[in-house]
Design a protein around this ligand. Sequence first.
Ligand SMILES: [Zn+2]
Length: 456
Amino acid sequence: MTQETTMDDIIAFAKRKGFVFQGSEIYGGAAGLYDFGPNGVELLNNIKASWWQANVREKENYYGLDSAMFKDPRVWEASGHVGGFSDPLAECRECNTRIRVDKELEKIGVSADEKMNEADINALFVEHAQEIACPKCGGHNFTPARAFNLLVKSNLGDFTSKGDSPVYLPGEACQGIYLNYKNIVDSMHPKVPFGIGQIGKAFRNEISPRNFLFRTREFEQADTQFFVRPHENKEAFEKIKKDRWQWYLSLGITEKHLRWKQHENLVFYASDAWDIEYDFPTYGFDEVEGIHDRTDYDLTQHMKFSGTDLSYNDNGEKFIPWILETSMGLGRVFLAVLSECYSKDELGGEERIVLKLPYALAPTKVAVFPLLKNKPELQEKARSVYAELKKYIPAVAWDDNGNIGKRYRRQDEVGTLYCVTIDFDTLEDDTVTVRHRDTGEQERVMISKLGDVVGE
Ligand SMILES: [Zn+2]
């Protein structure tokens, strides 16, 4: 990130280079929905792979999971989402624009406590209604503020046909972990403490989605739940915090762009809660991940609502494990990585945009160029180098379009670490030119040694 980079730069760049597109754009665009393009899906998958590696595979006592998005509707009653997962909403009576009342109050310096009930928020809203203007028509004539549930309703045969509660898309991904806690205990026989990790989608009826990938209606979360003995939470919590911080550094994020924020108002069952915040261009510091000490609340709730015993039996000693949770928004981390690595510098007297992604995250690691497009002998040699590299390096690109300088700039912009050029000397001595993304330096390398230079 360079000093003057704005989020508008990042958004325009993300679209232009095939990272992120507005959802349903040809129909005019859908608010709060985004599609990941060819480079975006590679970067996103690489972030997920890095997370999975660090949080599931590298840990001895963590288990992976991929649970169904649709769940018995009672899950969302047990979790508190049906009753309490809402934002205060009012509608402009002139033009039907919906506003988030708490956010509008915040803008005029009035803070609405998260725990306030509908009536209290409405009282505050009525008191200040004349200071709040409709963002569309500028009017002050609003409906009363009411609690608007954020769960996205759907229908699914078995549940809907019973005629009771509707079925929901997941409001958060982690519930699937609680539902499978017992299955994992019974099938894998883990010893407490142990963890379960999952990446999954979540949906929220955000009244006013905003800030690009930051607050969207459909998003992906990467969660871990670590199960510990009651009251044996403190030390493990500190260890988890440390590990999660390190993971961000491993992505190439500089420490000055990260900070901790401890929650002041804890939900009643929580014992401690921290956010990791990233310093986004334009938006400033905001949450990318929450780390929560949740005591035995989740398993106790699901025991109550399901009637299934979820206690852990350790040689006759029974207890309900306490849970330490890490919950990361993948879209937010994607945006943090893109912001962090997007930079402008000068190389050989020319300004360029370069995406300084670490090797593991780059959508393309190496690009192979024949010097000239219309020379069959160069094409053939370059094709053989390309095919050889593809055998052991993930994501090798082919580019024979335009002059070499243009190709370098194109690859720099999407973060390709090495460009390999096959020229007439290659035909004589089997060497190629390897050009390094960050420095622009070039070196001559034997084809047989190429893997050592451009591998990870
Ligand atoms: Zn209006």
